[in-house]
Ligand binder design. Structure first.
Ligand code: UD1
Ligand code: UDP
Length: 396
């Protein structure tokens, strides 16, 4: 018997609000689970803030991941953070006034997460935060502020890891909350990570994209896959030039090409801030092969065939771990500290020496890395659905 058979509830109206590439990808896992098993209990509307808007940063994932088109797009676009967030909050208010959901669900740590969660809270809608409790201990990044504030306006907090769960307990959340649940007495759960659900579900399909490597003339297990988009790396000309220059050096010293999927933020920064010499090297395609933002299936395929992954992404650190591929991280701190402790991620920053040292560890010394189930069992979407039901059952 499913757990839902125990519950005496009518259909829950859930509004999920996404806005960026990783959120569309994450949301597809829950949507799939609702469709497969909870369609009699949970009805989900998908609202997109429009923070990401290029086809390859947004719509392509709805098509590729068999996700229905979004119900509403607020068409926010790019702006300064305060203006972007206030535009989103007004849009979210309009949408919630019309949809009147029972719960608003948000993912991760972007401005869309924060704007949606705070607007919903101000209108007294319960908020569920998926990826709750994740912390980098670096409040100078917009993501860390978005994480903390979103957690503190939420009524259901779904942590992806034990670490995340423990961070919330340290911040005063009650691990043993009893019903009735509310923002003052939120549910705390360790559900695992929906990105693992997706990886398991799409892995075979992603591998069918392997022929694409031929287009770039690279061989399996002899290239680095690279992404870069964090503001502290792209907005500083010094860091940007250092990272790209170091990746050219890395390619030369390990005789290995780099496939670099270029985020639109980074494309703009490179046009404006990259030294002419490096621009010419990129144009030649000699060491670094730049490609437009990959689709999700392509990204997984490129990661799975790579010898090493060089990135500053949050999500890619986890996917690399699931695929047992080492990560050289263009950062000094990470919100996924457990990956550093496991030995799969090295915090290499932006300097050539540290980047090459990190690559040397993975490519030549090849340490033995163990891969415990830090992110759950690949059933996060199921556990999230159960927590949604738990919230409403006990309210009745
Ligand atoms: C945002 C998130 C970041 C997340 C990333 C995922 C915040 C503060 N940052 O960063 O946490 O890791 O998404 O990819 O929410 N642009 C385009 N087309 C697009 C989207 C962006 O050209 O479809 C360009 C614009 O020049 C824009 C810039 O990228 O100004 C930055 O976009 P923005 O959404 O503000 O931040 P991201 O760097 O994408
Ligand atoms: N991703 C993708 N194409 C790319 C780079 C990343 O589909 O070219 C996927 C990646 O597999 C992961 C998610 O986007 O699922 C991570 O998003 P991103 O790195 O933009 O943001 P972050 O996770 O750092 O917030």
């Amino acid at each position: 018997m499913w757990i839902t058979d125990y519950y005496n509830i009518t259909m829950i109206q859930l509004t999920t609000i996404v806005g960026t590439r990783p959120q569309v990808i994450k949301a597809s896992a829950l949507h799939r689970q609702i469709k497969e098993k909870y369609s009699n209990t949970i009805h989900e509307n998908i609202v997109h803030t429009g923070q990401h808007y290029d086809d390859r940063m947004s719509d392509i994932f709805f098509r590729e991941l068999e996700f229905p088109v979004m119900d509403i797009n607020l068409n926010t676009g790019s702006d300064t953070h305060p203006r972007q967030i206030s535009f989103m909050m007004e849009g979210v208010e309009r949408v919630l006034n019309s949809l009147m959901p029972d719960m608003v669900l948000v993912y991760g740590d972007t401005n869309s997460t924060f704007a949606a969660a705070v607007a919903a809270n101000k209108m007294n809608f319960p908020v569920m935060h998926v990826e709750a409790g994740v912390r980098s201990s670096n409040k100078t990044t917009p993501e860390e502020i978005n994480r903390i504030l979103t957690d503190h306006v939420s009524s259901v907090l779904a942590a992806p890891t034990v670490n995340g769960f423990n961070n919330l307990v340290k911040e005063g959340f009650n691990a043993y909350a009893e019903p009735p649940f509310s923002i003052n007495n939120p549910i705390l759960a360790n559900t695992g990570d929906v990105m693992l659900d997706n990886l398991n579900y799409y892995f075979e399909l992603a591998m069918e994209k392997s022929a694409e490597m031929g287009r770039y003339n690279v061989s399996p297990d002899n290239y680095a896959f690279m992404t870069l988009h964090r503001d502290f790396n792209t907005d500083s000309a010094e860091r940007l030039n250092s990272i790209i220059g170091s990746m050219v050096a890395l390619s030369a010293s390990f005789a290995m090409p780099v496939i670099f999927s270029v985020h639109p933020r980074t494309a703009k920064a490179m046009r404006e801030k990259l030294d002419k010499k490096l621009q010419d090297i990129l144009k030649s395609g000699d060491h670094i092969i730049t490609i437009p933002p990959a689709t999700y299936l392509e990204a997984i395929m490129f990661m799975n065939h790579a010898s090493v992954i060089c990135t500053d992404s949050g999500g890619i650190q986890k996917e690399a771990f699931f695929l047992k591929k080492p990560v050289v991280l263009f950062r000094e701190k990470t919100e996924w500290d457990e990956l550093v402790r496991a030995g799969n991620t090295i915090l290499a920053g932006a300097g050539e020496e540290t980047l090459l040292e990190a690559a040397e560890v993975f490519l030549h010394k090849k340490p033995k890395i163990v891969y415990p189930a830090l992110f759950g069992q690949g059933n996060a979407a199921e556990l999230i659905c159960q927590e949604i039901l738990r919230f409403f059952e006990k309210q009745a």
